[in-house]
Write a protein that binds this ligand. Sequence first.
Ligand code: BJ8
Length: 426
Amino acid sequence: MTDQPVDYHPMWEELGLDLPSHDALLTAVGQLFGDAYLTQENRPKGMDYLNFVMSEVHGLRIKELDDFRKQGGKVFGTFCLYVPEEIIRAAGGWSVGLCAGAEFAYDQVEQIMPRNTCSLIKSFMGFKLAKVCPYIESADLVIGETTCDGKKKAYELLGEIHNTWVMELPQMKRPEDLAMWKAEVRELVKKAEEVTGNTITADSLRAAIKEVNDKRRALQRIAAASAADPSPISGKDRLLATQVAFYDDVPRFTQMMNALADELEARAGAGEGVAPRGTKRVLVTGTPMALPNWKIHDIIEKAGAVVVAEEMCTGSRYYQDLVPEDGTTLDEMIDAVAEKYLDINCACFTPNQGRIDDVVRMAKEYGADGVIDLSLQFCGLYEMESHGVEAAVREAGLPVLKITTDYSMEDVGQLSTRVEAFLEML
Ligand code: BJ8
């Protein structure tokens, strides 16, 4: 054993990364993380694990993927909650979320897609074009999905430079849509088997369902502990846990998050929090925040409030529902996976009342004093839906602040002023 930091440059070079750009990216993310995370007080001890994961997010984890691939394993990259991790794991593959949370190489991106595309899409394309995301370079297959128009078309562009396969997602939740989605999940079964060379069996799918449910259960415990006043964990830390859930080794992550949840439950029981009792509590809803996008949580918490819940894909939509574990045949289990995934409330569905109901229910459950509804600029889906969210939250007697932003830091000052004014009003 040595305390010398490992030099991962040879591995990154082998993956084809642009080393100077990648070094610059890692420096920037390290600074961002230090400023947003390491300045927090009263953090739970269990966050040490996530600090470590962050310090090795392009290092040790990529080495694990590399070792896995060198032993014949296959890695699947995804950008969306609708791609069922259980199917990939049942085929013996590993699923990883891909880099999409920071501005990078937009000059190159804007040569192939419109400037007025949302940051998430521009970001993933920028990371790919600039060769700075070791996750996508480790992905044997990227699985896209027909959610919004922007992503759908971006996968065509991505498909020209990376092995990409797209799942067709219905936009409604009628019985005929569910039937179509079940067929599509069966196509994924075939694709995962073809890529890995393994056959998915009832036993392997049962084990994968249990494993992924366990991960979601651990995140549910962390969320539930946040309902205490004072909250035993900051919103930023809880957000980080959900972001890392997309990348990390599943059993290890589950074990570490259960240890964190044990600590949070003890802290909540003892009345220990990250901020004093009575600190203003905010629920955040809207577009997902891919790593390393911590901007809005950082602004809210630096303004003196605490984020107590996230109704978003990097939040409750990821972990609130489980796949039933009582299926006995492979067919029953595939159907159960499809049903669970179609239940996710993304704004690409119409109608999407389930999301609005969740926002109101969660605001009550977590004792929120107000709701912040976040849309990424040029995301027509969430920007449009914010009207209905606002009306329902006001009807429930809570104030709501609508924010439309992107990944740049240019509007941080202006957003901080708006958030401070909102918090004062609560
Ligand atoms: S399930 S929210 S992860 S699609 S912000 S790229 S919608 S223009 S991210 Fe999403 Fe899956 Fe839905 Fe969740 Fe398009 Fe909007 Fe951009 Fe978006």
